[in-house]
Design a binder for this molecule. Structure first.
Ligand code: SAM
Ligand code: SF4
Length: 330
């Protein structure tokens, strides 16, 4: 098949996020409503074989890095088997997972054996009652045990901790997260709150920017910026005294669209070319109708070619997508 995947703006597309389920055992304020969302029916969700076929094809035409996400990937029955299936695909440089960590203590061993390469665990507060307030689950001790369980496997590196930064909430956590970053091998990263929450409560002033956080940290701990890798979403800093790293993912205040290399596949097989896409390309229909690789590849190339130049969160008239974060696959 022809050469690597490029979009119509000259960007090489090499990173795929695959949502393996829209379901979740948490109800994070910035993501899902307390009552949950209408879940997909089982037959609507791609089977492991269907995911593996699409990932294989995408890798053949230029994808190099694959991250599994959701919803919460670990609530999908037999999830480590999917990791093993994808791990066997030749050409994937990096097979990664984003999880809320709740079931990680149970699955860490199986995931490591199956070949997961790196893991990000979402932890928005390091204080139990505040963690409960954000996630609507009293689960911090369980998540921290999960984090330790995955970190016990040296072949799974790096392990990163991601916290969504929300104004009037995260300010109080900064010291605790710095302590975590300084006292462990986990790289801690703050992610700016994006308008993809199920409650539609996002407002521009609810974004606590990475720059605000960075300058608050710098007042206590001098930081040195590390060189940014191409297409990296995070700006990463090292504590100047050499103990640990801290990163800032600033999609709202410092969009990184210009070198975005990402594609997303939803749990029901829709290809999305941007988190904020208003259109998507159905791959499940053609796949189940018996489409061959050439036909699917043509659909993918066409969708990728039309990838959005940038998101318009900061522009007047911005329209949020109907899907919210858990239904897209963050
Ligand atoms: N359930 C898993 C988890 O929480 O890590 C994986 C899916 S979750 C949708 C992926 C990432 O998106 C998490 O780090 C989560 O914190 C982040 N996220 C969810 N909603 C967000 C929002 N509105 N703005 C910024 N990040 C968000
Ligand atoms: Fe679930 Fe992850 Fe969304 Fe929280 S951020 S509700 S853990 S999908």
């Amino acid at each position: 098949m022809e050469g690597p995947l490029h979009d119509g703006h000259g960007r090489r597309i090499s990173d795929l996020r695959v949502s393996v389920t829209d379901r979740c055992n948490f109800r994070c304020q910035y993501c899902m409503p307390a009552e949950g969302l209408p879940w997909l029916e089982r037959e609507e969700v791609l089977s492991f074989e269907e995911i593996a076929r699409l990932v294989s094809l995408l890798v053949e035409i230029g994808i190099e890095d694959v991250r599994l996400t959701g919803g919460e990937p670990l609530v999908r029955r037999g999830f480590p088997d999917l990791v093993a299936m994808l791990g066997a695909i030749e050409g994937i440089h990096d097979l990664a997972l984003t999880t809320n960590g709740y079931l990680l203590e149970r699955d860490a061993e199986a995931l490591a054996v199956a070949g997961i390469g790196r893991v990000n665990v979402s932890v928005d507060s390091l204080q139990r009652d505040r963690f409960f307030a954000v996630t609507r689950r009293d689960a911090l001790p369980q998540v921290l045990r999960g984090l330790e369980a995955i970190a016990a496997h040296p072949q799974v590196r790096p392990v990163k901790v991601n916290a969504v930064a929300m104004r009037d909430f995260t300010e109080e956590e900064v010291g605790r997260f710095c302590e975590l970053a300084r006292s462990t091998s986990f790289q801690v990263r703050f992610i700016e709150f994006m308008p993809l929450d199920g409650d539609r409560a996002w407002r521009p002033d609810s974004v606590l920017t990475g720059e605000e956080l960075r300058s608050a940290i710098e007042e206590v701990h001098p930081l040195e910026e590390l060189p940014r890798e191409p297409s990296a979403t995070a700006r990463v800093f090292r504590f100047a005294d050499g103990s640990g790293e801290i990163g800032f993912i600033n999609p709202v205040s410092e969009p990184f669209c210009a070198d975005c290399n990402r594609l997303r596949l939803t749990a029901e097989g829709k290809l999305r070319t941007c988190l904020f896409s208003l259109r998507e390309t159905d791959l499940r229909g053609p796949l189940r109708a018996g489409a061959g690789d050439e036909e699917l590849a043509a659909l993918i190339r066409d969708a990728v070619w039309r990838k959005e130049l940038k998101h318009r969160v900061n522009e007047p008239g911005f329209q949020a997508p109907v899907r919210t974060m858990s239904a897209i696959g963050g």
